[in-house]
Design a protein around this ligand. Structure first.
Ligand SMILES: Nc1ncnc2c1ncn2[C@@H]1O[C@H](COP(=O)(O)OP(=O)(O)O)[C@@H](O)[C@H]1O
Ligand SMILES: [Mg+2]
Length: 268
């Protein structure tokens, strides 16, 4: 399992932050990770110090059908395919386009880097997504294998989750049979806030089998780091959120390993 998407149609729940910092944590352990920014807000790129125009972004990569020349490499082992605001126009442009649900999937499959297919070069491909259930999201759900849903520890955390799960089921049935819900990640956990604790407990109770044990705490450093164009792990190594992201990466790797083992058994 290699391609993971961070999805939640709600904005501000921590999708981009988790994608950046989990990718960074894995890159520090010598895993090669490509972070694809497929959100017109382009925060995954800018959060890692990459600013781009339409001509240098995934938009142009889709036009050309190969993304190699657009990939940036801000840290050893961590690569980014940046987005730009022009991606907003994609929906309208694609209305009558045949196979419009498969553009991202085909871009990943047909692109190479250093002479190798992306799937061979990278250990993991992460896709950051916009806060919507749009054609862009459909492209992401069609291209990825595992879905990771970040949930903010607040009162409405679970609102919209059933619609999201329904959408995922629809895509699995019609467009991408390999799709699976890989995990829920609780973010912005505040130890001093009782509600935060209650929401975390509720989510763990209802989605026990899939919720990552590592909670990502709320820390002001996390919100400061993107303005410097660096991950929080690089901004303040011993920050509680940085340590949580490193812990999360261990749990993520364990889970990937156990899924891969399960599947190789099933295939025997
Ligand atoms: N653990 C955290 N502690 C404090 N602020 C956070 C944390 N995670 C995310 N944030 C902040 O919350 C806002 C929304 O996070 P973001 O990752 O951009 O969400 P999304 O991608 O789902 O819209 C950002 O300003 C981000 O810096
Ligand atoms: Mg985002």
């Amino acid at each position: 399992m290699k391609i993971f998407a961070f999805i939640n149609q709600k904005g501000g729940v921590g999708k981009t932050t988790v994608a950046i910092n989990l990718a960074r944590a894995l890159s520090l352990q010598n895993y090669k990770v490509l972070l694809i920014d497929f959100d017109p807000q382009a925060n995954a790129g800018s959060g890692l110090g990459i600013k781009t125009s339409k001509d240098e972004s995934i938009y142009q990569a889709l036009v050309e059908g190969n993304c190699e020349r657009f990939i940036k490499n801000p840290y050893p082992n961590l690569y980014v395919l940046p987005s730009s605001i022009d991606l907003v126009g994609l929906e309208v442009k694609l209305v009558d386009f045949p196979k419009r649900e498969y553009l991202l999937k085909e871009l990943i499959e047909n692109s190479t880097i250093s002479g190798l297919p992306l799937m061979q070069f990278f250990d993991f491909i992460f896709i950051d997504s916009p806060p919507s259930l749009s054609l862009i999201t459909v492209n992401i759900l069609t291209a990825c294998e595992g879905i990771i849903i970040p949930l903010q520890c607040e009162y409405y955390a679970l609102e919209g989750l059933s619609l999201l799960i329904k959408t995922i089921r629809g895509i699995k049935k019609n467009l991408n049979p390999d799709l699976m819900l890989f995990g829920l990640i609780l973010t912005m956990y505040d130890v001093r806030n009782r509600l935060s604790h209650e929401v975390a407990e509720e989510v763990k109770k209802r989605f026990n089998w899939i919720t990552f044990k590592t909670l990502i705490p709320r820390s002001v450093r996390v919100s400061e780091a993107p303005s410097f164009g660096i991950s929080v792990i690089d901004y303040e190594k011993n920050n509680k959120a940085s340590l949580a992201f490193l812990e999360l990466s261990k749990e993520f790797l364990e889970r990937v390993k156990s899924y891969n083992k399960k599947f190789s058994k099933l295939l025997k």
